[in-house]
Design a binder for this molecule. Sequence first.
Ligand SMILES: Nc1ncnc2c1ncn2[C@@H]1O[C@H](COP(=O)(O)OP(=O)(O)OP(=O)(O)O)[C@@H](O)[C@H]1O
Length: 265
Amino acid sequence: MILQTSNLTRRYGSLVAVDHLNLSLQEGEVFGLLGPNGAGKSTTLKMLTTLLPPSEGSAIVAGFDIRHQAAQVRRVIGYVPQLISADGALSGYENLLIAAKLYDIPRTERDQRIAAALDFMGLSDVAHRLVREYSGGMIRRLEIAQAILHRPRVLFLDEPTVGLDPVARHLVWDYIRQIRQNLGTTILLTTHLMDEADLLCDRVGIMHLGRLVACDAPQALKVAIGKPEATLDEVFIHFTGNQLQTTMGGYRETARTRRVARRLG
Ligand SMILES: Nc1ncnc2c1ncn2[C@@H]1O[C@H](COP(=O)(O)OP(=O)(O)OP(=O)(O)O)[C@@H](O)[C@H]1O
């Protein structure tokens, strides 16, 4: 197992955002974490990327303990957060150069690694343009390029295609597949898009109120609910008892969650 959580829990005051999560990922798989707004997906990713300490429980990522070996964990993972992390006032190349320095990539290798990442993500032609002139899809691809520059063993993507048009979304899916295929990277992503999860993920985990309520290959989950021909939307509704995106409901809760997410960066 490349990633294993053991009763991983995070509380915010009296709210249990992630509740004794037990999750195992096999090396090289693309795993999708699904769940309504507020289910605990981002909080899980923040703990696994060592940005947020767990309240209870533990997790091992690529052989390192997120609590006691956080620095080692950070060296072997890549993370693309939900909110834009690239600097719009710099070029794509400059953003990648910062990432290369942050990841301690030796000076002699930097240029070659950056060129390879730009090429891999289809951004060579725009490398020296300011990121604020990029389309949403190009920014996402640049952020993914930044996150794979140091060849991480596990890549975390928090809603990688949110806000992208269908063409840009398909392109990001293609790149995610290529990363797995060419680099053997294990990928853990969160998404609200059931077609994205169905097409891209080897397995999905459905979270509801902080708990993992289902975990298997999309087709196996369809069979498990007695409807092999079902869409993943139906599977999701079956396990969460909700229409898509409604658990916490309402504009106020969504706005609050967004504000919180923004604060946490
Ligand atoms: N810093 C915080 N302080 C207090 N509560 C928080 C904080 N961060 C998240 N929460 C709460 O924890 C719960 C889980 O939030 P989280 O962002 O992990 O859910 P999510 O599944 O990622 O949701 P979304 O799909 O909207 O991104 C929510 O009820 C949220 O309001």
